[in-house]
Design a protein around this ligand. Structure first.
Ligand SMILES: NC(=O)c1ccc[n+]([C@@H]2O[C@H](COP(=O)([O-])OP(=O)(O)OC[C@H]3O[C@@H](n4cnc5c(N)ncnc54)[C@H](OP(=O)(O)O)[C@@H]3O)[C@@H](O)[C@H]2O)c1
Length: 280
């Protein structure tokens, strides 16, 4: 649909942002639902974020996706935060309601939706190990806790960061060093790689842990999506583990954003296909 005088605008802000998959993904979703919306990528330098958000209010841009390096500073600039964004101190989605900007964080919901949709995996009462303690890991740990996981073990290179991340899960969160995590990995129902290890053009040795401890009956999600199959996923798949890369989480977190802006159910199959197409 070509833009008209009625077209509502949404955008992703970040720096860099020109590589973003979101414009093609979101415009495919608007097209499939017949909504008169359009979505663009806007490069915003870190120091210009407050001006950019003032511009969002002034121009009446209806929805924003927020990516690096703005996720934490955007949380400080919003007028309101969802409970999840407040607990994480980070925002990846903003809804502009008449100039009032509400910050949300959809990564955790997107992750849980991807588990349910892709594997019919229900986190309640499950033992989970999350490798990593950055922004994505924090969203996932909080979402697993909110979804009722019985135990969430956080393993990360930097221990202090692991402790702050595990604290999001309250008394169900625990920090374990990688060299002491063998039995947690063997006993886990769900293992998540939320580090950037395996991204880009990885060597076979670029794995966050030795996947030969994994076994049939377990589920492993590596949230990296470039490449589509990391060395960790390849080994786990050969061992009979149910595996997924980060494509589904990416599409589902975008679907949650779409729904927050428009109030319309997201066309998730179209969104999954768009991400898969773009990543070849
Ligand atoms: N599929 C999706 O929808 C989705 C969404 C968000 C992010 N992601 C992907 O998730 C990954 C993490 O993103 P993020 O935003 O959480 O990044 P981040 O905040 O920078 O965190 C990076 C994490 O990776 C760990 N790490 C990085 N290099 C490492 C190494 N050489 N050895 C051990 N640990 C290492 C860091 O450990 P330290 O704390 O010790 O530094 C930290 O836990 C990225 O690949 C990103 O593309 C995917």
């Amino acid at each position: 649909m070509s833009p008209t005088g009625q077209t509502r605008l949404a955008a992703v802000i970040g720096d860099p942002v020109r590589h973003s998959l979101s414009p093609t993904l979101m415009n495919a979703a608007f097209g499939a639902t017949g909504l008169d919306w359009s979505y663009v990528a806007l490069e915003v330098a870190a120091m210009q974020l407050p001006d950019a958000l003032a511009g969002v209010r002034a121009l009446g841009i209806s929805g924003l996706s927020v990516t690096m390096p703005h996720k934490e500073s955007a949380a400080a600039c919003c007028d309101r935060l969802s409970p999840t964004a407040e607990r994480l101190g980070a925002v990846n989605c903003i809804v502009n309601n008449g100039g009032v900007l509400t910050g949300h964080n959809t990564d955790g919901d997107g992750f849980i939706r991807s588990l349910r949709h892709g594997f019919a995996f229900e986190p309640a009462n499950k033992r989970c190990v999350v490798i990593g303690a950055g922004g994505a890991a924090r969203s996932i740990v909080l979402a697993l806790a909110d979804a009722g996981a019985s135990e969430i073990v956080v393993v990360n290179r930097t221990l202090g960061r692991a402790e702050r991340t595990a604290a999001l899960a309250g008394d169900r969160g625990e920090v374990v060093a990688l060299d002491g995590a063998h039995s947690d990995l063997v006993d886990a129902d769900l293992i998540v790689n939320a580090t950037s290890i395996g991204m880009g053009e990885p060597a076979a040795s670029d794995v966050p842990f030795d996947a030969s401890v994994l076994h049939d009956g377990q589920t492993l999600v590596d949230i990296v999506y470039k490449p589509l199959e990391t060395p960790l996923l390849a080994t786990a798949r050969l061992r009979g583990v149910s595996v997924a890369n980060g494509v589904a989480m990416l599409a589902h977190q975008a679907a949650v954003q779409f729904e927050l802006w428009t109030g319309v159910d997201a066309p998730i199959d179209v969104m999954l296909a768009s991400v898969a197409d773009q990543l070849g």
